[in-house]
Design a protein around this ligand. Structure first.
Ligand code: SAM
Length: 304
């Protein structure tokens, strides 16, 4: 099936193989400010054909080779991967992907460890509870809006006890740097507010933090393996534009539904800066709103 939907100035999504779609004018002629994706991991999920490791690497390299020239000069690419599991042994995929990105001269800014609380219970090794976001830029000149993603200080009232700032608050009043281990963003399991019919959705908050810090309003976010467009949701609710590709028709249609829900304000998601639910605290330690509807969007809805 080959199908596409466009909401002018906001999103374009294609139901196609990513490699082929990258040759289509609407994608090929673009410069991406942020490429963010989670590719198939070659672990035999229902949407992937299991390849030999070398075939998998060659396939992924062929896509990355096509994408990198399309990054804007100040742009970023974030490749989110886990471990390839083969019988009992694991292979961290970031180890393999780094060689591909380094070959292109990209600069690695962070290797973000995203850790979460739920998953498969292993019997013959420790249960895996993290994945990795590999963040690269094309040059030393890149967008990084740290103040837009600061998180609450652990001790917001802490004061300096000596020196010229003695008695004054010692931390940044806007909050602290979220650091490179992200442990307050739960993975999307059955009771998650964002759960729909896809076996491995990104939590929107994971991409929201990247979209806010690595792009500006109106910038273009691209996801070549968009699944149900969690990256597109993060982009649209913060007034960025989105282009995405998905080969599976059912996921593609769900993606469209979610992107339209962003535009009519009915989307629900868990923000990146919400604390993990703590049963020992009042309301689980949550502020009142667990999900937010989209803010008013700057563009008028204009379908073509
Ligand atoms: C790990 S999932 C990404 C999920 C996504 N991050 C989300 O939040 O929904 C990978 C996706 O890539 C899609 N896919 C697999 N092979 C593809 C290809 N050749 N071209 C485009 N999409 C593909 C799969 O159908 C799957 O939805």
């Amino acid at each position: 099936m080959s199908q596409s939907f466009t909401i002018k100035n906001k999103y374009k999504i294609l139901c196609k193989d990513a490699f082929k779609a990258l040759d289509i004018k609407a994608i090929k002629d673009e410069k991406f400010d942020l490429v963010v994706t989670s590719p198939p991991y070659n672990i035999g999920k229902e949407y992937e054909e299991k390849l030999s490791m070398q075939e998998y690497i060659d396939w992924q390299e062929s896509i990355i080779d096509k994408i990198i020239p399309q990054m804007s000069a100040t742009g970023s690419i974030c490749w989110q991967v886990g471990n390839h599991v083969d019988k009992a042994s694991i292979l961290p995929l970031d180890y393999i992907f780094h060689e591909i990105f380094a070959k292109h001269g990209l600069l690695m800014r962070n290797r973000i460890i995203w850790t979460y609380g739920h998953g498969f219970h292993a019997r013959n090794r420790f249960s895996g509870r993290y994945e990795v976001v590999m963040w690269y830029t094309k040059s030393d000149k890149y967008t990084f809006n740290l103040d837009d993603v600061r998180i609450p200080q652990k001790y917001p009232n802490k004061k300096a006890f000596s020196g010229p700032k003695k008695g004054q608050l010692s931390g940044n009043s806007l909050g602290k740097n979220p650091e490179d281990v992200w442990n307050n963003i739960p993975n999307v399991k059955s009771n998650h507010i964002e759960k729909i019919d896809h076996p491995c959705q990104f939590p929107v908050g994971l991409i929201e933090r990247l979209v806010l810090s690595l792009t500006n309003k109106n910038d273009l976010v691209f996801d070549p393996y968009m699944g149900v467009a969690s990256s597109g949701v993060a982009a649209l609710i913060h007034e960025r534009r989105f282009k995405g590709i998905e080969i599976d028709k059912d996921y593609f249609l769900l993606a469209k539904k979610r992107l339209d829900a962003c535009l009519d304000g009915s989307i629900q998601y868990r923000p990146h800066d919400l604390e993990i639910f703590d049963p020992n605290k009042k309301d689980g330690g949550h502020r009142k709103e667990i999900s937010k509807a989209a803010p008013e969007l700057i563009f008028s809805k204009n379908e073509n």
